[in-house]
Design a binder for this molecule. Sequence first.
Ligand code: ADP
Ligand code: TRP
Length: 325
Amino acid sequence: MRILSGIQPSGRLHLGNYFGMMLPAIQLQQGGECLYFIADYHAQTTVHNAKELREYVNGIAVDFLAAGLDPERSIFFRQSDVPEVTELSWILSTVTPMGLLERCHSYKDKLARGIAASHGLFCYPVLMAADILIYNSNLVPVGRDQKQHLEVTCDIAEKFNNMYGNIFTIPEPLIQADSAHIPGTDGQKMSKSYNNGIYLSEDEKSFRKKIMSLKTDSTPVELPKSTQDSLILQLYKLVATPEEYAAMENSFLSGGRGYGDYKKTLADALWNHFAPYRKRRHEILSSPDYIDNVLQDGAKRARAIARETMRQVRKATGLGDLPPC
Ligand code: ADP
Ligand code: TRP
């Protein structure tokens, strides 16, 4: 069983990225051969500053490793260290119907958010298909917003296989129902584009300040509080034990405590939950070569798999032999 996922280095990582994508990916390390990568080619559709891109790549590498990605167990690499994927993306684009890409919500959403309509942004799903297919991935853990891209990947793989023979494995998405939509401080989906994020690398003061600013209604302290759609409860559920969660829920229903109290409990629980992450982060940051070594080793291992697929693809489609690295 081969498991693969990627994350774009287009900003700092927030709790939504952590609980929606990173944590499930880290937990899956027990269940198969995992490949996780930093999708820097994809980020180039929105980040056009070299220094910024390098900083984001480094930030994601630190966060992922500090959160528990084990580079001995998983292959962790930077997408652009396996340039063969862009060749596959080209080859796949020659069998991808325009209509398939024109239907993609994510492209339309990005335009609506003011991102320039480049060719790269439009064919983003083809590069994503190449990422998945070049490693013969079986399972792809992603957030719900990526489901359509997985469907596009399967369509492209089937089209290619019908035309050239059974080269690609058809992948399956793995979408975590309970953490697919972590709310931000304003109640909308937490996102770096909505200015509602609580970031992993936040210092304690601003972390707590953001928790204390979570949107609530104006129910007075003594009255029972609604447990429906409560941001405090939704976030508390991510880190509390079932007993701790039930205690807070019951206290909401009986009244007598104010939202400020609950927010303080939540801030303590979240801050403590990330104590091992902060410790590990500190260790990683104090050994300057560690990240480069991990990414280089990951790239070597990932590239060997990708080049084997490209040998088959080149042969099947009539291109020449794969040139040496
Ligand atoms: P953002 O919305 O901040 O730009 P990305 O689109 O870069 O985040 O998402 C990276 C990964 O994190 C994806 O797998 C995505 O599904 C997941 N993710 C992002 N925001 C959330 C959220 N609020 N809840 C759950 N998962 C999320
Ligand atoms: N598009 C994904 C996102 O924005 C990142 C990504 C790129 C990816 N290639 C991938 C995810 C391949 C899974 C598999 O979150």
